[in-house]
Write a protein that binds this ligand. Structure first.
Ligand SMILES: [Fe+2]
Length: 208
């Protein structure tokens, strides 16, 4: 286990960059987004020093208020059994796990969702590393959980690290598979859901 968050971020950044370049070559949808985020990761050497804020080492940071995190090791072990770049990225995420600022999307009318998901921002506002142009985060969902319909102005891409299904508007649910890439154009309504296994994915938003 790497104690220093800065040491854990370096390998993660390289592994995510490799993943994005692979996604961009496999799937033309959202290729520009993947390339843009990859470019930011490559360019911002000096900016990849973690933000230090008071209160980092509290219950929020450790995710003790996110019960879905009990599925973390299952999701990571599953990813580590898959193709090399997925295994590598999951290994990097496991190193970062103790440092991540976990939170839940507030949906008080959806108790199953509240108990069944955990988000963390890696880069961008509220994350480990600051950025004004991109936001990169992580979502873990317990089995049989639906992340409800939502939309946002920035385009979004998901690097898929587990089984799971994604949907846009009222279209069919689609399963990109482990190592897949999902692209959501700006402001499109979208959702995702897990099956019998936990869902784990990295999301990237292009802010400018
Ligand atoms: Fe989204």
């Amino acid at each position: 286990m790497v104690d220093d968050v800065g040491e854990a971020l370096g390998p993660f950044r390289l592994a995510l960059n490799e993943a994005l370049l692979g996604c961009a070559s496999l799937n033309p949808d959202g290729r520009d987004l993947a390339c843009h985020v990859s470019g930011e990761l490559s360019r911002r050497d000096a900016a990849w020093s973690p933000v230090r804020r008071p209160g980092r080492a509290d219950a929020h940071a450790h995710g003790s208020d996110c019960p879905a995190l009990r599925h973390w090791q299952t999701a990571i072990a599953h990813g580590r059994s898959k193709q090399a770049w997925v295994a590598s990225l999951c290994g990097c995420l496991d190193e970062l796990r103790p440092h991540l600022p976990w939170y839940r999307r507030p949906e008080p009318d959806l108790p199953g969702f509240m108990a069944g998901h955990a988000n963390a921002v890696l880069m961008g506002h509220g994350g480990l590393v600051e950025s004004k142009c991109i936001r990169i985060g992580l979502t873990l969902m317990a089995p049989h959980t639906v992340y409800p319909d939502h939309h946002h102005p920035p385009a979004e891409g998901y690097v898929v690290l587990s089984e799971g299904e994604w949907r846009q508007e009222q279209g069919p649910w689609k399963a990109p598979g482990v190592g897949g890439w999902v692209y959501n154009p700006p402001d499109i309504v979208h959702a995702m859901r897990s099956g019998p296994q936990p869902l784990l994915a990295i999301w990237c938003l292009l802010l400018s």
